[in-house]
Design a protein around this ligand. Structure first.
Ligand code: MLT
Length: 407
């Protein structure tokens, strides 16, 4: 008899998007003639941009020749890619991040899930509600959760993001070791101003906390008063780690490439108070458990950071942003209080019934798939998320269908 890791028994149901996919599949099987429009999981629909495709093909060609073939790559990712990221995402914008502080990976999902391994199992954690479920579940798997009671784990402190605080969680009065933040937010689409983010960095300095900042949706921010990176804030280098991804930025959900920035200054401490560099520990973790992203993918990723690549991805982001605007306006016109849709591909709104009932209602009545808010946490009940990553034609059709609804 092999004993299970009991922590896994504390996980609630199946992973949100697996449950959504299961229900949609069942519906389609029972209603094969119905055309379903998928605005659920934030999965991109536009193809890779031309300069990325060209570089990808060149990368494959290189792999096909003895002289240019690549085996295992460098642990942190190829320098050509890390340099390009450091320059375009940070240095050109006046932010001091260097290539050796960047770790290339296959996804912000895995990085945000894995990063907690570097912390003691007893650390205190503050996690927003609603939230991308990976932060919660990965800490449950690691044994930090306590019990599940009334929709929440007893050992986590939940940062409430509700309509009352405009979906911007208040800074806690108490100290927490590690705080997860995600802006532009998944699922609410809300953003923080520079002053608001500065207050979180000050909190972390005051308490000796570490902020795990998920910036997977930064490409959707246009307003210069809204930070795209936590490292735009003075003092963040000592207290923050940032997760970024090419999934939504450049259509890499299926291609897989992301990067995590761990500044050299961030420290963690042994029981005896000895300081260790989080950067060195993440390097150690990644070089033990991960063997890098394929060469052609890293070559394709580097093309995102060329002038041509930047121009091309901006157009695609603009396309999704227009979808977001159209969906937001439709939801607002239905009289449902909503947020997001401006600096974010997500539209978050209050539903006239509980989240899963609304999910089934929408699927049944107008064959639109969204994501039930409850899947992002207790505060998400009675809310719903629509994603703007669809084809324009489908978004327009979804809008027409939405307008026929009444409750
Ligand atoms: C989402 O829909 O929240 C995201 O696509 C999920 C993810 O990025 O893993």
């Amino acid at each position: 008899m092999v004993r299970v890791n009991e922590n896994y028994t504390l996980l609630q149901g199946s992973y949100l998007f697996s449950e959504v996919a299961k229900r949609v599949k069942a519906y389609q099987q029972n209603n094969p003639e119905k055309k379903i429009i998928r605005l659920g999981i934030g999965d991109v629909t536009q193809p890779l941009v031309p300069s990325v495709v060209k570089a990808f093909q060149e990368g494959v060609e290189e792999m096909a020749k003895k002289e240019t073939f690549h085996g295992y790559g460098p642990e942190q990712g190829y320098e050509f890619l890390r340099e390009a990221i450091a320059q375009v995402d940070f240095q050109k914008r006046g932010i001091s991040i260097t290539a050796d502080e960047i770790f290339i990976s296959t996804g912000a999902k895995e990085d945000t899930a894995n990063f907690q391994e570097l912390f003691d199992t007893k650390i205190s954690l503050a996690i927003p509600d609603p939230v991308y479920p990976v932060y919660v579940d990965s800490n449950v798997m690691a044994g930090r959760a306590g019990k599940f009671s009334h929709g929440r784990y007893t050992n986590f402190f939940y940062l409430d993001a509700t309509i009352e605080n405009n979906f911007k969680p208040e800074i806690p009065k108490k100290r927490f070791d590690v705080v997860y933040l995600c802006f532009p937010n998944n699922p609410t689409g809300q953003v923080l101003t520079r002053e608001e983010l500065k207050a979180w960095v000050e909190y972390a300095h005051k308490h000796g906390s570490i902020l795990l900042f998920d910036a997977a949706y930064e490409a959707f921010v246009e307003d210069p008063s809204i930070p795209k990176s936590i490292f735009e804030i003075d003092g963040a280098r000592e207290v923050a780690v940032e997760f970024r991804s090419l999934s939504k930025t450049a259509g890499f959900t299926g291609t897989r490439c992301a990067y995590t920035i761990v500044p050299k200054e961030v420290k963690v401490y042994t029981k005896k108070g000895h300081a260790l560099s989080l950067h060195s520990l993440w390097f150690r973790r990644q070089s033990t458990k991960f063997n890098g992203v394929s060469y052609p993918v890293q070559k394709a990723a580097a093309a995102v950071f060329t002038a041509e690549g930047q121009k091309e991805i901006k157009e695609v982001i603009g396309y999704y942003k227009e979808n977001a605007r159209l969906i937001y306006e439709t939801i607002a016109s239905l009289g449902l209080p909503c947020t997001g849709g401006k600096h974010s591909p997500y539209i978050w709104f209050k539903t006239p019934m509980d989240s899963w009932r609304f999910f089934d209602y929408l699927l049944d009545k107008v064959q639109i798939v969204g994501t039930p808010g409850i899947g992002f946490g207790r505060n998400g009940d009675g809310y719903f998320r629509l994603s703007a990553f669809g084809e324009r034609q489908n978004v327009l059709e979804a809008i027409d269908r939405l307008k026929t609804l009444s409750w």
